[in-house]
Write a protein of this length. Sequence first.
Length: 119
Amino acid sequence: LTVVVNDLDSRMGQVIISVFNDSASFLENPLLRLTKKVDTSDSLTFTFSNLARGRYSISAFCDLNSDGELNTNFIGIPIEPVGFSNNAKGSFGPPSFADSSFEFYKKKTVYIDLVAIID
């Protein structure tokens, strides 16, 4: 599985992606988590080998201050750019596992566009 995270216009921090394989663990307990430093390009590519067939959802965020956490404002809205597989968007919160999940059974590339919810 290849994941391409786009719209890295900050040129700072790191991108953290998390892979989830069911709705019970979604956004709480990732199956896999990878981190890469942001470089001079506007996208980063992550590769997962030996991933079993199944249904997955991926969340990504640009950790601007490299503290390893998605920072939010006082009411819980992310202040760092975020994105999900299927470029799913939530309504008054993150998207659901169902909206952001996809079937993986052979080589696949997933594109995630990061969005700044609050500028």
